[in-house]
Design a protein around this ligand. Structure first.
Ligand code: SF4
Length: 280
């Protein structure tokens, strides 16, 4: 049986993003009725980190809405990282704060961040269909900065946004060229405020995508089933671990509910999966 890596996420700044990504409820353009807040309190972030650690998560990701890492946000993430490190919770700290410069990423590293998540989302040629306010190349460049800064790169995509099979192939080749440590696989979660139609992907196709990720990005230590998992796979349905995945996001996602983390962990153990405490 495989050893499973668990990652929990903390939404530290939610909504009011001026970008127009067509799959994202956090864009102001779509006027979705979601929670909006500018800054989660340090106390609330620390509480989430303690809970994640108590549940057995190895990764803890500080995620914010917005195009890029602003000076204010950089300060917030660094403060949170330093405070979490002081607690000695044995969590690998990951940041996910949009486009970032090499210098900003070095600052994060100094504060204790070990990995940076920046997804390419889809193929370079399809990207203008889902976002007109920044380019795919800017995203790719941020991934290069992550590598240069010596942080682990977490880089994946989102599926079910109208992309073709060729787009998926091209996305996985681009991701593989960056040699990420972890590849999150997200599935589009439809919301009535969004311009995108509901995804036509079913559970079998979702498994195919996960299998493809494992084959094409073969050097990645982790293939992580992330956003949208609850749509296709119920608690106790872990077929994706037999198809190349070895990591999941537990608990709630940014703006949507996930499975209860407690139930999920007892189910994983019941089915004989061990939970890794390896941070690599
Ligand atoms: S930049 Fe990020 S937060 Fe903003 S709309 Fe796009 S995906 Fe959503």
């Amino acid at each position: 049986m495989s050893s499973i890596y668990l990652c929990a996420i903390s939404n530290i700044k939610s909504g009011a993003c001026d970008q127009d990504c067509s799959f994202c409820t956090q864009s102001i353009k779509h006027k979705a009725n979601i929670a909006h807040f500018e800054k989660k309190s340090l106390q609330a972030i620390l509480e989430q980190a303690r809970q994640a650690s108590a549940l057995g998560a190895s990764g803890f990701c500080l995620v914010s809405s917005g195009k890029s890492l602003t000076p204010k946000l950089l300060q917030q993430v660094c403060e949170a990282a330093l405070a979490i490190k002081k607690q000695d919770l044995k969590l690998k700290l990951i940041a996910c704060n949009g486009l970032a410069t090499y210098e900003q990423l070095c600052e994060l590293k100094k504060a204790g961040i070990e990995a940076y998540n920046h997804n390419l989302e889809t193929s370079e040629s399809y990207y203008p269909n889902i976002c007109s306010t920044h380019s795919w190349q800017e995203r790719y460049n941020t991934c290069l900065h992550v590598k240069k800064a010596g942080l682990d790169l977490v880089c994946g995509g989102i599926f079910g946004i109208g992309e073709s099979l060729d787009d998926r192939k091209s996305l996985f080749s681009a991701i593989a060229s960056l040699e990420p440590a972890n590849v999150p696989i997200n599935f589009f979660h439809h919301h009535p405020s969004l311009p995108l139609k509901p995804s036509s992907i079913d559970a079998n196709e979702a498994l195919e995508i996960i299998k493809q990720a494992r084959q094409k990005v073969s050097k990645a230590k982790k293939i992580m089933v992330a956003g949208g998992r609850a749509q296709y796979f119920g608690v106790g349905d872990y077929q994706f671990f037999e198809n190349g995945a070895n990591a999941i996001v537990i608990g709630d996602y940014l703006t949507t509910k996930g499975h209860s983390a407690k139930n999920e962990i007892s189910e994983l153990k019941k089915q004989g999966y061990s939970i890794t405490n390896c941070k690599a």
